[in-house]
Design a binder for this molecule. Structure first.
Ligand code: DAH
Length: 347
């Protein structure tokens, strides 16, 4: 009997490794401890043993049973582990880059802005920032835009409620806060902060109470430029804008300054360009931006004194440039986050 017991254990140990599935394990167990299993047979045979041998043999049986239990548990664990490994697939190295990165890309407006910044960085202009919530003084008064100027009209400007407070934008008692309607307010913030020579650019978001259509948005982007030094001339202005627009639209671009009016520049100009490679708009003069020589009244507002100080300024709509560059005919495309549109600009 005892030999049989040992044989069962040896047999179980030697065939354990060939069990490859849960049903096979169940079958294996049934063959040993099932109702007709080899162990069960032995236990049945215990009845026939002399009384005094029973306790001793019972102990041995229990020992073997325990060993068998451990063996079954080990096999079960092995099977569960390999099952999980199958589900998980081959091991993964989380430190490797994902094999199918979709990449993403910069928004077309960001691309144009970065390009303009890089172009002007090359000739000594650096980026400055203002605030989007602004006061009437910075946005209008200091820029020589009198109170009755149409740009200040409730119809164009988004004003905040009287009780609004911005702790980072100080305002005078009787002033209202507004959302800046142009980046020209950054000219004032910069000049109050620094002394000439000044060569800055200020890209940023601006807000107007406009009805949205193919060419208007209540929120769009501008790119302001300001150069203040001794003896800055219209020739510098023309050369600078020529350089900028050629870098944006190619060397075949021609530009012209057309007399215009802005309260903060005198003289003021609209800049037109003509280019042979602008699709439908090729070979015709197109208005692209405003510019001029800084009005002495503006220098007065920021406390710059002395007749030798002069300056040039310009302001461009970033959307306008992007639309021209890419032949986009509806400004709303830029704000809808439609990947079919955006993916066309991924370089
Ligand atoms: N601020 C003007 C606008 O929003 C654009 C502009 C025109 C900016 C002439 C300038 C400038 O700096 O000199 O329409």
């Amino acid at each position: 009997m005892e030999k049989k017991l040992q044989a069962i254990l040896t047999e179980a140990k030697s065939s354990e490794s060939s069990i490859q599935s849960m049903p096979a394990l169940d079958q294996f167990k049934a063959g040993i401890v099932g109702s007709k299993g080899s162990m069960t047979e032995i236990m049945k045979g215990m009845k026939a043993l002399p009384k005094e041998e029973k306790p001793e043999f019972g102990k041995k049986i229990n020992l073997v049973k325990k060993e068998l239990e451990t063996l079954f548990a080990k096999v079960r664990e092995r099977l569960e582990e390999s099952d999980l490994a199958k589900k998980l697939g081959p091991p993964v190295d989380p430190t490797l880059p994902s094999p199918n990165l979709s990449g993403g890309g910069l928004h077309p407006l960001t691309q144009i802005r970065e390009e303009m910044v890089a172009t002007l960085n090359k000739i000594g202009f650096s980026v400055v920032e203002g605030t989007e919530a602004e006061t009437e003084w910075f946005c209008f008064d200091a820029l020589n835009t009198p109170e009755d100027h149409p740009a200040r009209d409730e119809q164009d400007t988004l004003f905040f409620n009287e009780d609004t407070v911005f702790s980072n934008v100080t305002k005078k008692e009787e002033e209202r806060y507004l959302l800046r309607t142009h980046t020209s307010s950054v000219q004032i913030r910069t000049m109050l902060d620094r002394k000439p020579p000044i060569r800055v650019i200020a890209p940023g978001r601006v807000f107007r109470r406009d009805t949205v259509d193919a060419t208007h948005s209540a929120n769009f982007h501008q790119f302001e430029g300001l150069y203040v030094d001794e003896a800055v001339t219209v020739r510098d202005l023309k050369a600078l804008l020529d350089y900028l627009l050629k870098s944006l639209f190619g060397d075949k671009v021609k530009t012209r300054l057309r007399p215009s009016f802005f309260p903060f520049t005198e003289p003021s100009y609209e800049v037109d360009l003509i280019s042979p490679n602008l699709g439908k708009l090729s070979n015709q003069w197109i208005e692209v931006m405003g510019c001029g020589m800084v009005d002495p009244k503006v220098f007065e507002s920021v406390g710059y004194e002395g007749s030798e100080i002069s300056g040039l300024a310009f302001g461009i709509g970033i959307e306008r440039i992007a639309m021209l560059r890419h032949g986009v005919d509806d400004i709303r495309h830029f704000y809808q986050n439609d990947l079919r549109f955006l993916n066309q600009f991924n370089r």
